[in-house]
Every structure is written in structure tokens, then in C-alpha cells.
Design a protein around this ligand. Structure first.
Ligand code: FRU
Length: 504
């Protein structure tokens, strides 16, 4: 099965493909518009990005790769873009790491993961993508799991396919590799011949030769035909399987995005089946959180990176601004006693804070508006509300409110019993309402705002809502608003958030 190749011709073909990609991206970069370009989220210099890939710690640096189309701001033949960081807070833009250049990845270097081998080299596993008809997905894909290795985390040599499956399968992709004990494991997502979504498990002793172990998971929901970007990792006393279902129908507040995220908690050990302890649960209730992947930090934290974007709806910045898509704030994961996956922003994020403003406890009167920040470009807001005393229908925050009244509405909605993000009055882009449940009489929201996104962590990360939002021209106010009642604010804290080093 293993046919590693490494010859000068293939290396120079890859180098030429990388050079072409860089040149095209530099031209696009020259025309980028920055009104919505993130100050503190990872995004491409220009062009399209989707999934985070190969997140890892290697040679004392953090590396984040991502699905990238450098030529224009639409999805196209995928490359791996690359940024690195000494501290997870400040990032440096690196050259594009992988480009389509071999017969197996002729139509794209798709998602995957990185591990450090026993020889100290960085092993990048990715899906080599080919359209069966050479043009598009109409007749399906030919997808194989490929390997590329690096000595510096920046320059990769492609070693070719390491796992091939029945090529009648429509989808077989997104390898995630890890080690438990002395054995390497790989999972990837498969859509079976009868269109069911499965996650397949392989094992290896040397990262080169791989043996099929078992079907690790089969989605019980027959409407789901694929579980993109699976990840499996231990957390607390259990294992968590992240996977993004394709095909589920909208049901209330779930399944409404073109692409939806989720997880299952279970038990697993090498040589055994994965035993689910929960059903499919929602990871993030917003419009735009997809394809999350995790890594373990040297100090033992499980860190999750996800993509904020959409394949389905045009994104405002795509049209005129020359870039689209960003990675969400890195999130630290933990499992609570109810087997709920909690996620909170990376601890180190506080280093980006400046200009603190503390409002203390106050009551917002009946039908009152209070501007709490004149210009929310990039900011963090923490608000604690006593819902036992609050009588307002909604604890409303108008985000990015422009002179023409356009804004995104973020609220605790007592009628819906949810924390909602409502984009009906947004100046640009896709609309729609999403919302996460909250119970209890004390509400805590930690709200992270960037130039075109908002991420809301509810009750210490028990639920999260993340959405792209594209404000109108001019200053972007943040206004607290009550409706047909009063709001009892226990605390309101605001900081500005600084630049992570990628926006230039
Ligand atoms: C998920 C996904 C992956 C695939 C990649 C292609 O967003 O569709 O399954 O590897 O994006 O860009």
C-alpha cells in the first residue's frame, strides 16, 4: 500500500506550484479592502480560507495551517495556508505550505492534521482530491489520504498516498492522526456506498504503513450522509468525537446552517469500539462555526480551532474586498459532569485587552437605550445580568450600530428562552436568527467582537454562538436596550482588543 516517493522532479513541481500560488496571492493582496478585515482573528492575506488544518506545536512554535484558495476569494483548488506563533496570541504569516502538484492531489490538498514523528519530523496528513470526471463533483471524487513531511514546519516534501480506499466511495477524507500508547491512529470520514456517514479507524507503527482497524462510528441519523472533519481525543474521563454532519434537516434552532457542527461523547480504548454515551450535541449554535480541529498544548490543554465562513451563502467581504473567511478564537475545551463540552476563549487572549471600562451594577430603565461604547471595532464585553429581577422581554445589545440604524442584535430573549443573534437588520451579508439555550436566573455573557464577527460564550462556555456580521460604514456603536421592562445589570466590563499581527 505504501508507495513513498521523493524525487527531484516532484519536489520542483511542488515548488513551482507554491510559487505560482504566492504570486497570485500577492496580486490579490494588493487590492484587499480592510473595512471588515479581522484585527485579531487568523485570516488569509487575501483570497479564500476554510477549515483549520494540522494545528500543532513544533520546534517551540505553534503552527496553524488552513484550507486556502490563494487565487481569488471563492473556494477553488485547495492549498494549505500557514501562520505560526510563539504564544498563540501573536501570529506571523508564513508562505503557503502545500499546493496541488501530484496526480493524487491534482484538484486539491484537502483537510488533514499534523503530528511530530519519533524522528522529530513533522508529518502532515491530508486528503489528495481528484474529481472523478476531472472537472467537478457531478460524478464524485477520488480521495486518498496522503503524507508530506517537514524538518522545519514550513517546507514539506510530499511522500504520496498512504491510505487508499474503494474508489467508488463518493467521500473519504479529512485524516486526523494521533498516538495512544505506542500506536498511531488515524480516523477519517467516509460516505458509504449506501450514503451513510461513518468514521473509519486505521492504525500504524511508523506513520507510513496503515492498517484498517474498524468502523469507529456510524451516524444513526440516516439523513446524514457524511461527517466532515472528524477528531477524536480524550477529555476528562471520556473521549470526544467531533464531527460535522452533512445532510441533516433543520429542526428548531438546530441544523439550520448549510454546514453544521457537533460532537458525541463516548468511551474508547485501543482495540475497542467507540461506545457513545450521548447523542449528537451542538458545539456552537451560531451561523458560522465549522470544521473544528484540536491539538494538545505542551501544558496539557485541549485547544480547538474552527472556521467562520460559509460554502452556501455569499459572504459580504467576498464580493468587493478580496478576502473571505477567518478562524474563530482558539477555544479551550473541558467536559462537565453532564457530558457537555464546554469551550472558553484561549486563556492568553486577555493579553490583547486594553482600555478597560467597568460599569458596575445598574438598572436600565423601561424601554431605555444606553450607548456603552462609541466604536466597537475589536472589543471584549462581559455582562452579568440578574434575570430574577429583570422584566425586559429581551436583554438586548445592538452591535456595530451605524448611523443609519443598521446593526446586529444580540440578546437574551426571554420569550424564546435563548441567547440569540439576529442579523435581520445587519447592513450587509446573510441574515437569519440563531440561538443557544440558557437556563437559570443568572446570565453571564462573554462577547468577543472583531470587525466582521461576534462570538458569544454563555455561562462559562456551556453554550456558544458564533456568527459573521458585516456592519455598515462609519462608527460602530454598542447599545444596551431594554424592551417593555427593565434590565438588572450586575456587572458590565469592556476592553478593546489589540492586533495579533496579521492585518498588515
Ligand atoms: C470541510 C471540507 C472538508 C474538505 C475541505 C475541502 O469544510 O469540505 O471535508 O477536506 O473542506 O476544502
Amino acid at each position: 500500500m505504501t508507495t513513498p516517493y521523493l524525487d527531484a522532479e516532484r519536489r520542483s513541481a511542488h515548488e513551482a506550484a507554491l510559487a505560482r500560488a504566492e504570486a497570485a496571492n500577492a496580486m490579490l493582496r494588493a487590492t484587499r479592502r480592510d473595512r471588515w478585515y479581522p484585527r485579531w482573528h487568523i485570516a488569509a492575506a487575501a483570497g479564500w480560507i476554510n477549515d483549520p488544518n494540522g494545528v500543532c506545536f513544533y520546534h517551540d512554535e505553534y503552527h496553524v495551517f488552513f484550507q486556502h484558495h490563494p487565487v481569488d476569494s471563492s473556494w477553488g483548488p485547495m492549498h494549505w495556508g500557514h501562520v505560526s506563533s510563539p504564544d498563540l496570541v501573536h501570529w506571523r504569516r508564513e508562505s503557503i505550505a502545500l499546493a496541488p502538484s501530484t496526480p493524487e492531489d491534482a484538484d486539491g490538498v484537502w483537510s488533514g492534521s499534523c503530528v511530530v514523528g519519533d524522528d522529530g519530523r513533522l508529518y502532515a496528513f491530508y486528503t489528495g482530491q481528484r474529481w472523478r470526471n476531472g472537472v467537478d463533483e457531478a460524478e464524485g471524487n477520488i480521495q486518498v489520504q496522503c503524507l508530506a513531511v517537514s524538518d522545519d514546519g514550513r517546507h514539506f516534501d510530499k511522500l504520496g498516498p498512504v491510505v487508499e480506499v474503494d474508489d467508488r466511495l463518493w467521500h473519504a477524507r479529512d485524516p486526523k492522526v494521533w498516538r495512544t500508547g505506542d500506536t498511531w491512529f488515524m480516523i477519517f470520514a467516509v460516505s458509504t456506498l449506501d450514503k451513510r456517514a461513518e468514521v473509519w479507524l486505521y492504525t500504524s507503527d511508523d506513520l507510513l504503513g496503515w492498517t484498517f482497524d474498524r468502523v469507529l462510528y456510524r451516524d444513526p441519523d440516516k439523513s446524514v450522509y457524511m461527517l466532515e472533519c472528524p477528531d477524536l481525543f480524550p477529555l476528562g474521563d471520556h473521549w470526544v468525537l467531533l464531527a460535522c454532519p452533512m445532510g441533516p434537516r433543520p429542526n428548531g434552532y438546530t441544523g439550520r446552517n448549510g454546514h453544521n457542527n457537533g460532537y458525541v461523547v463516548g468511551d474508547w480504548a485501543p482495540g475497542h469500539d467507540f461506545v457513545p454515551l450521548t447523542g449528537h450535541q451542538v458545539l456552537d449554535w451560531g451561523h458560522n462555526y465549522y470544521a473544528p480541529t484540536t491539538m494538545q498544548t505542551p501544558d496539557g490543554r485541549r485547544l480547538m480551532f474552527g472556521w467562520m465562513g460559509s460554502f452556501v451563502h455569499p459572504i459580504a467581504s467576498q464580493v468587493e474586498d478580496g478576502w473571505v473567511g477567518q478562524l474563530a478564537v482558539p477555544r479551550e475545551l473541558s467536559l462537565d459532569n453532564d457530558l457537555v463540552l464546554r469551550s472558553v476563549p484561549l486563556t492568553e487572549l486577555v493579553r490583547l485587552r486594553s482600555d478597560p471600562v467597568e460599569h458596575g451594577a445598574f438598572v436600565l430603565g423601561l424601554n431605555e437605550d444606553r450607548v456603552v461604547l462609541d466604536d466597537v471595532d475589536a472589543a471584549e464585553i462581559e455582562i452579568e445580568v440578574d434575570l430574577a429581577v429583570t422584566t425586559s422581554d429581551r436583554v438586548g445589545l445592538r452591535l456595530g450600530e451605524a448611523a443609519d440604524g443598521s446593526h446586529t442584535f444580540l440578546a437574551w430573549d426571554d420569550l424564546a428562552e435563548r441567547v440569540v443573534i439576529d442579523r435581520r437588520l445587519a447592513a450587509h451579508g446573510d441574515r437569519g436568527v440563531r440561538g443557544a439555550p440558557h437556563t437559570g436566573k443568572h446570565l453571564t455573557l462573554r462577547i468577543l467582537v472583531d470587525r466582521s464577527s461576534v462570538e458569544v460564550f454563555i455561562d462559562g462556555g456551556r453554550n456558544v454562538v458564533s456568527s459573521l456580521v458585516f456592519p455598515g460604514d462609519g462608527s460602530r456603536r454598542l447599545t444596551l436596550a431594554s424592551e417593555s421592562g427593565t434590565i438588572a445589570v450586575d456587572a458590565l466590563r469592556i476592553w478593546r482588543l489589540g492586533d495579533i499581527g496579521l492585518s498588515a
